[in-house]
Design a protein around this ligand. Sequence first.
Ligand SMILES: Nc1ncnc2c1ncn2[C@@H]1O[C@H](COP(=O)(O)OP(=O)(O)OP(=O)(O)O)[C@@H](O)[C@H]1O
Ligand SMILES: [Mg+2]
Length: 430
Amino acid sequence: MRCDNLYLWFLTDPDSPRYVGRLRLVDAGKGVSLQYGADWLASGCPLSEDLLLVDIEQLPRCNGMAVGAVDDARPDRWGERVIQHLDKPARLSIMEYLFYAGDDRFGALGVSTSDKVYIPGTRSPLPRLAHAQQLSEIVHKVSAKEPVNDIERKMLAAGGSFGGAKPKALIDIAGEQWIIKFFNNEPVDVPLIEHASMTLAKLAGINVAQTQVVPLVGEHALAVRRYDRSGGLRIHCISAGTALRAQTVAGQEPELGYPSLAQLLRRAGVADQGVNLLDMQELFHRMVFNILIDNTDDHEKNHALLVVEPTRQGRYRLAPAYDVLTTNSGQGYQEFIVGTAQRESTLANAMSQCHLFGYTAAQAAAVVVRVIKVVDGWRKHFAGCGVSAADLESLTERIDGDPLRSQRQTFNPAAYATTVRTRRRSPFAD
Ligand SMILES: Nc1ncnc2c1ncn2[C@@H]1O[C@H](COP(=O)(O)OP(=O)(O)OP(=O)(O)O)[C@@H](O)[C@H]1O
Ligand SMILES: [Mg+2]
């Protein structure tokens, strides 16, 4: 299928798809634009802050991307690999990837060949948990570029096109959609370590997506419950990168980092009952936790925002944390900006702009102390999750290696205690 025009739909209630507008291949096939349809202009909502409800063709800000929130509806790396494996055309355009991502893609957007009726690229029942072993074998075939038979193609086509780098698929667990992430021949048992890290984050008070270890023959897989589904409904979601780009003036580089995301939540989050403040503070917890467990892979697609009541006020909430795991890199810098020392993985850097997360220095320091306490117990927790002695040793080199352990040991909350202001004596006092 080659096409220069496709049609975007809004599927928060998948039983009543709403037509949004026309997608067009632009920039010599390297980008995708959006022009809202009349109905959407009259009663829809901006899909992201850079896609205002105006009757013009809206162009992507750079090559290789679809415009605004539409970019989050396309698969990246792993998803593209699956689509290429199944459909094998020499070179697919962004538009074709958008189409082949199918009905179960991330968030609530859908792509159809028609502006009258929503006809997705693929739509078939998801494999169930009982098929996890078979699914793992199929996914390994894709990784190894080996051919798949017709039955395997069908299983893969149903929800096989999610993004991210690691091999994954969608499965049905008790009527709900979960993402299943497979072992990828890493030197350590990554699925089990991801489960251990996510549950440790939960102990640290962080709101994480629910995870479940799936034992397979000779390896583990990790199932992560989708946060962009709620019963039969879908939640419009955008990645942190899309949200931060949307608020950046064209031609300027977006500031991809925790402090900017916190400020975005402050401005565009749910102000009712201070929910936005709670989200800003939650982000601070995640940043500190990621630094301390050596999760340096905290890039712009590893944070997401849920759009609450999109067609009414369209405010953002921080999605539950996902893809949180010890990356075992020890690289010493994060992918997302932390503070005044940019990406440096230090608690001092995390504390440097704590006021942008709605904390006083003393409050932020108390959070750091709480997270340190939980991370101090990482080894016991990971062992309890079944992480092997050899893997624990390997992770110890990082989490308990000098740069991170010494930061846990030397963090001094007293240094951040609020200075008590002494009242100036009135010049008129006697
Ligand atoms: N629980 C979830 N619910 C909904 N969408 C999710 C969930 N977990 C992940 N995603 C989406 O799927 C994408 C890939 O997932 P994830 O980040 O876990 O994969 P990964 O291969 O480990 O990624 P990376 O390339 O960052 O290592 C995410 O960027 C996000 O858009
Ligand atoms: Mg990821």
